[in-house]
Ligand binder design. Structure first.
Ligand SMILES: C[C@@](CO)(OP(=O)(O)O)[C@H](O)COP(=O)(O)OP(=O)(O)OC[C@H]1O[C@@H](n2ccc(N)nc2=O)[C@H](O)[C@@H]1O
Ligand SMILES: Nc1ncnc2c1ncn2[C@@H]1O[C@H](COP(=O)(O)OP(=O)(O)O)[C@@H](O)[C@H]1O
Length: 281
């Protein structure tokens, strides 16, 4: 079978408010997700053996813990197909960076295998399977810029103006679980008002992550020279929003050599959905 390559795009949380902690330990939150036209690349090739084979940039994580493998495994019971899959990963998104790399990999795997294995599940069914893999997976399955509530699965689509982002990764790994279980995490931000404005929002995890990790604080301060900077998710990645590619590229060109970064525009529709639709035409 001809291999098919699909992107697993990055996401940014343009804001992240934590409203309260639920009885099950997860947090009710409100966040604005936007996708970026930059991400991991997954190449899928059907194989005759009923196996899930991962290859490429997968050394950091044991196969059974890889969200790509877990997504393929979760989909197998939905179709009694004799076919397996070989999935090659080209990693471009930092792990534990707050840009959703693992969740996006899982979502692209569910969306693509739904076609290749002819499971014919609906987006809602795929999102339900995805939620078991991570709170961030449903937004990648739906594939539209959205305000998320609940743990991240209650989505309201929203259109945003096109902007360019310089995203900086200060080479530190932040555990999402560590931040969400930390006693100093604020957990009482009220729900958005009807006439909310982005300028009045924030990332409730930022102060704690800055306190725990000076590299994140340095990154946010450095980015402030170019515009309002903000951390995405539970970090460590931070970003600055600009009006043009030239302006964003200028920030990246000035980046201290100890940090990594990339420049990308936001997209209202996930690039994974766009690529899948083009492939199916
Ligand atoms: C914080 C956010 C914001 O978009 O993104 P990241 O910073 O991870 O990118 C997400 O809510 C993360 O989603 P995801 O990365 O899939 O986290 P999960 O694997 O589901 O959860 C990891 C841990 O974070 C905590 N968690 C996560 C989401 C949530 N709404 N409440 C929580 O308390 C739980 O302790 C959970 O065990
Ligand atoms: N294919 C994968 N890519 C990235 N992280 C993965 C993958 N599979 C499992 N993980 C685990 O998931 C965690 C991060 O998940 P992810 O959704 O990328 O959150 P974040 O937005 O914080 O990066 C990583 O710390 C890593 O341990």
């Amino acid at each position: 079978m001809t291999p098919v390559s699909i992107i697993a795009p990055a996401k940014l949380n343009l804001f992240l408010h934590i409203n309260h902690q639920r009885a099950d330990g997860y947090h009710e939150l409100e966040t604005l997700f936007t996708f970026l036209d930059f991400g991991d690349e997954l190449t899928f090739t059907l194989i005759n053996e009923k196996e899930i084979i991962l290859c490429g940039d997968i050394s950091d994580i044991p196969q059974q813990d890889n969200l790509i493998y877990k997504a393929a495994l979760a989909l197998q019971p939905y179709k009694n197909t004799p076919l397996g899959i070989n999935i090659k990963l080209i990693k471009k998104l930092p792990m534990g960076g707050g840009v959703g790399g693992g969740s996006s990999d899982a979502a692209t795997t569910l969306l693509t295998l739904n076609y290749l294995w002819q499971c014919d599940l609906s987006i809602a069914e795929l999102a339900k399977i995805g939620l078991n893999l991570g709170a961030d997976v449903p937004v990648f399955i739906h594939g539209k810029t959205a305000i998320a509530q609940g743990v991240g699965e209650e989505l309201t689509s929203i259109n945003l103006p096109k902007k360019w982002y310089c995203v900086v990764f200060p080479n530190v790994h932040i555990s999402t679980a560590e931040i969400f279980t930390h006693p100093e995490l604020p957990r009482n931000t009220p729900k958005l008002s009807e006439d909310w404005k982005l300028a009045d929002t924030s990332n409730d995890c930022e102060a704690l992550v800055k306190k725990l990790n000076c590299e994140v604080e340095k990154t946010l301060l450095w980015l402030l020279k170019y515009g309002p900077s903000r951390m995405t998710g539970t970090g460590a990645c931070c970003f600055v929003e600009l009006d043009s590619q030239i302006a964003a590229q200028r920030v990246l060109n000035s980046l201290p050599s100890c940090w990594h970064g990339f420049v990308a525009p936001n997209t209202t529709i996930s690039p994974a959905h766009t690529q899948l639709e083009n492939w199916l035409k």
